[in-house]
Design a protein. Structure first.
Length: 113
């Protein structure tokens, strides 16, 4: 059974940074692409960033140049470094594998203006 545990969220002022982590178990981590999604209150969940098993990355236009996704296959962990945060980045952030599996509990990111 796939288990995903996100951490690293919190309250930060606009312009600040956070680093999210996602520990995965129950999958052959190194063989899966991994993704980060976010869901703001009252909005649909949206794809933020992805990383292939080879390390190629892609980002939503809204976070390009500010967020960086990375992975450590030895630790079965995917990261999301978020810089220059904006109030519109406020959301619950979730990671998942590709194809999508069970969702974890997510981690709340709140950016104050």
């Amino acid at each position: 059974q796939v288990q995903l545990v996100e951490s690293g969220g919190g309250l930060v002022q606009a312009g600040g940074s956070l680093r999210l982590s996602c520990a995965a178990s129950g999958i052959t981590f190194g063989l899966n692409a991994m993704v980060w999604y976010r869901q703001a209150l009252g909005k649909q969940r949206e794809l933020v960033a992805s990383i292939t098993k080879y390390g190629s990355t892609d980002y939503a236009d809204s976070v390009k140049g500010r967020f960086t996704i990375s992975r450590d296959n030895a630790k079965n962990t995917v990261y999301l470094q978020m810089n220059s945060l904006k109030p519109e980045d406020t959301a619950v952030y979730y990671c998942n594998s590709v194809p999508l599996s069970n969702w974890g509990q997510g981690t709340q990111v709140t950016v104050s203006s």
